[in-house]
Design a protein around this ligand. Sequence first.
Ligand SMILES: N[C@@H](CCC(=O)N[C@@H](CS)C(=O)NCC(=O)O)C(=O)O
Length: 213
Amino acid sequence: MILYDYFRSSAAYRVRIALALKGLEAKSVPVNLKPTINEHKGDAFLAINPQGRLPYFVDDTVAIGQSPAILEYLEEAYPDVPLLPQNIADRAVVRQLANIIACDVHPLNNVSVLSKLKQEFGADEVAVNDWYADWICKGFQAFESITSSVSGSYCFGDKPTHADIYLVPQLYNARRFNVPLDAFPSIVRIDANCNKLAAFQKALPENQPDAAV
Ligand SMILES: N[C@@H](CCC(=O)N[C@@H](CS)C(=O)NCC(=O)O)C(=O)O
């Protein structure tokens, strides 16, 4: 297994958590997303993933991008430690939570979106930070409201699911950008519970080999 990764990529962070929870080891191949380096836009990486984004994952004959596709693949190929509930209705709620972040928060706060705001729309640092916080808060308001009624120790009941796997990296980013979290007590409590688990600690950005570079 190979995971093309960058320590600060929150989409790759999701996959690192899922691999660790399932007890799977992937060889990490760092691809530097730093705007001054842009390794993901170079020919070598584009030949691997034409979309030029992380994560990208290889397992035997399977080679795929898009963290939701990778997480669903891992779920089906390695079901021993399930990260979705058994019941169809419960799975749908977990996917609803995951998609609040995957579809409605993260795409608007991506590096390329923030760069375009700065370079083509003249947004300064304050405006960009405001944009970033706004989309996180809108997503977190909905997430907080839904998870408050279905959570136990984790977002859905007492076992980690895809909902936690999407939440924790997004919360990590929210802290990096100093987004106030007082309005989200359930989210903050669940994040603290997740980060007590060795799998979540192993996946932390600061614990990746390229973090020191
Ligand atoms: N929906 C994709 C998003 C992937 C994505 O945009 N990854 C970011 C890093 S978190 C990236 O590679 N950004 C490069 C860019 O925006 O140019 C997924 O979940 O895998």
